[in-house]
Design a binder for this molecule. Structure first.
Ligand SMILES: [Zn+2]
Length: 377
């Protein structure tokens, strides 16, 4: 612990809509100004570094804390249709666990891609246990990729720190980085083909992780990248991750360039302007790298703010194209109204810890993490 450099102060007005939502006209003007600023790849690379450091400094994670062994627990293997499913706990900091589920294709001995899958809020749907998360991870495994779905802080089995903690963004970003460490070293994973995808708050987790960790090689943030809305939860706006470099989520998403990125947007939420506002800016940045084809937008009219089947189909096609995987026949037919034919499990079957283990191993950690994980330089 560094007594002289305490964690950064949370945003005082973090729950005020003024902090995370601006007028759409003003947002368009900001994006227009961004277009003018970055006329060369050198100008963009300089800005890129400022924004990346601003996120980590705002989260009190700069430089990154020392990484301890993950001591992974992998258990309860279930054999499903062309894939297996296991329950996993990673010790992301001594005594602080990342809980999740690992979906693996039946091995043919070759290294395969892997996709991290944060779930977003969706408490009513069940977070990582929701059908939309289970379906997309299972389908990715059927296609031949390993998928790892993991709890947000304060959700599912991850109850050592409440989701209302001032530093929840930092702990979630740290968990995502450590989940990436897990996949990066996991037997059978091709480390040159690791991606991340999530919807809503899981979309925020996806583009934030992609922005700060070059090991992510493909990013699919769903219904989240918006010039006028940063996300209404303190796990998205509770720390000065935007303020330090005076940035916004469109610019942060552009930090993925030149790596493949797909924005999925809808006409019914704050991603409604994506084809005309956010996507053209991303295209502009990818143009600087001479790879405009690496960024795509699938905009769905009248669809909801979720990771529904049509959005998952867009993901499968994008992953298949960039990670050289075969598409399953169901995804090729248009229109397609039948959901993925995969096994769906109850929460109890997907939990890694027993009640007794939770009591004995999963102690409250908010104070310990603040003192020993977060610091400033
Ligand atoms: Zn949140």
């Amino acid at each position: 612990m560094n007594e002289d450099n305490p964690p950064i102060t949370p945003n005082l007005f973090r729950r005020s809509p003024r902090k995370y939502q601006i007028d759409e006209g003003e947002a368009k003007k900001i994006v227009r100004d961004m277009f003018r600023k970055y006329s060369s790849i050198e100008a963009w690379q300089k800005r890129r570094q400022e924004v990346e450091e601003g996120i980590l400094k705002g989260a009190s994670l700069f430089p990154l804390p020392k990484k301890e062994p993950l001591n992974s627990t992998i258990r309860n293997k279930k054999k499903c249709n062309e894939y297996t499913l296991e329950n996993v706990a990673l010790e992301t900091f001594p005594g602080f666990y990342c809980t999740g589920n690992l979906y693996r294709p039946m091995s043919n001995g070759n290294s395969v891609p892997a996709v991290l899958s944060p779930h977003g809020h969706f408490a009513a749907e069940g977070g990582r246990f929701s059908h939309m998360v289970q379906a997309r991870c299972a389908r990715l495994a059927q296609m031949g990729a390993i998928a790892f779905a993991y709890d947000m802080v304060g959700r599912g089995e991850s109850l050592q720190v409440p989701h209302t903690d001032d530093y929840v963004f930092s702990y979630q970003l740290w968990k995502s980085i450590r989940a990436l460490d897990f996949l990066f070293c996991l037997d059978g994973v091709d480390p040159s083909r690791i991606g991340v995808t999530g919807c809503s708050g899981g979309g925020t987790q996806s583009f934030m992780l992609t922005a700060v960790d070059s090991r992510v090689k493909l990013s699919v943030p769903v219904t989240m990248v918006s010039a006028h809305f940063r996300g209404g939860c303190i796990c998205e706006t509770g720390l000065p991750i935007h303020e330090i470099s005076q940035t916004n989520n469109v610019e942060i998403a552009a930090l993925a360039a030149p790596r493949p990125q797909l924005l999925v947007s809808v006409s019914t939420d704050f991603t409604r302007n994506t084809p005309l506002v956010e996507f053209p800016f991303l295209k502009r940045v990818y143009d600087l790298f001479n790879v405009p084809e690496q960024v795509e937008n699938v905009h769905l009219q009248n669809e909801k703010h979720d990771y529904g089947h049509n959005k998952r189909r867009a993901l499968y096609k994008f992953v298949a194209k960039h990670f050289q995987l075969p598409l399953i026949e169901d995804e090729l037919s248009i229109p397609n109204t039948s959901p993925e034919r995969v096994s769906l499990f109850e929460k109890e079957q997907l939990c890694v810890f027993s009640r007794k283990e939770i009591k004995n191993r999963c102690k409250p950690m908010a104070e310990t993490l603040r003192k020993h994980l977060l610091y400033r330089n």
